[in-house]
Design a protein around this ligand. Structure first.
Ligand code: PGA
Length: 246
């Protein structure tokens, strides 16, 4: 499996930020890993016009093919821009837009039907971790957010503890390794050996200073990076750290 590092720009970036994508594309033209930027929807089309091997993804899609859904974006529209992936079920969507596992599952079906890779995000809150519920939460989210008919070749799973996102707090190596091993075995039970090829990304306060440690862990196949993906100066060392593992 190719390792995978994705930058989630969230609601950040104007047209002049496209320069950052061009800079990354040049700096990592011969990368031995998959690198993706998920800019806001307004920049998707332009970002896809930048030459290079960088992948471009969206941050969400609607589950319907088309129709009366003001403000929403269909998976096929994302593919039509030239993007190849979409982040689904990010904790900020789950929290700010009350997205449920069932909604994420329907979006995953829509994304894959449009030929997009679905980057499905799961993760526990601090309260759930403190109550010892982490693995149960991950199991439920994996079962309910990933459809039975999933195409494992178009699936990436991101483990993102909600309490580690944008906080600078990071789980211990043991906690990350435990969660990733659990995700792998749960996916293996569900999907069979093809689950070995589903990249498992860690997300939550990944920075150049902790990337080496995180990428050294078993079953960590890359990262979903928020804040540190906004500038090439911060993101490039993370890309290099992952590349050093292959
Ligand atoms: P962060 O965000 O790297 O800023 O913590 C990660 C994410 O939300 O995917």
């Amino acid at each position: 499996m190719r390792k995978f590092v994705a930058g989630n720009w969230k609601m950040n970036g104007l047209r002049d930020s496209l320069e950052n994508i061009a800079e990354l594309a040049t700096a990592h033209a011969r990368a031995r890993i998959d690198i993706m930027i998920c800019p806001p929807a307004t920049l998707l089309s332009k970002a896809c016009e930048i030459n290079g091997s960088l992948k471009i993804g969206a941050q969400d899609c609607h589950s319907a093919e088309k129709g009366a859904h003001t403000g929403d974006i269909a998976a096929q529209m994302i593919a039509d821009c030239g993007a190849t992936a979409v982040i689904l079920g990010h904790s900020e969507r789950r929290e700010n837009h009350s997205e449920t596992d069932a909604m994420v599952r329907d979006k995953t079906i829509a994304a894959q039907s449009a030929g997009l890779t679905a980057v499905v995000c799961i993760g526990e809150t601090l309260e759930q971790r403190e109550k010892g519920e982490t693995l149960n939460i991950l199991k439920t989210q994996l079962e309910a957010s990933i459809p039975d008919e999933v195409d494992p070749d178009l699936l990436v799973v991101a483990y993102e503890p909600v309490w580690a996102i944008g906080t600078g707090k990071i789980p211990t190596r043991e906690q990350i390794a435990e969660a990733h091993a659990f995700c792998r075995s749960t996916l293996l039970e569900r999907l069979g050996s093809s689950a070995n090829n589903v990249p498992l990304l860690y997300g939550g306060s990944v920075k150049a200073s902790n990337a080496d440690e995180i990428f050294a862990l078993q079953n960590v196949d890359g990262a979903l990076v928020g804040g540190a993906s906004l500038s090439p100066t911060d993101f490039s060392p993370i890309i290099h750290a992952l590349e050093a593992t292959v």
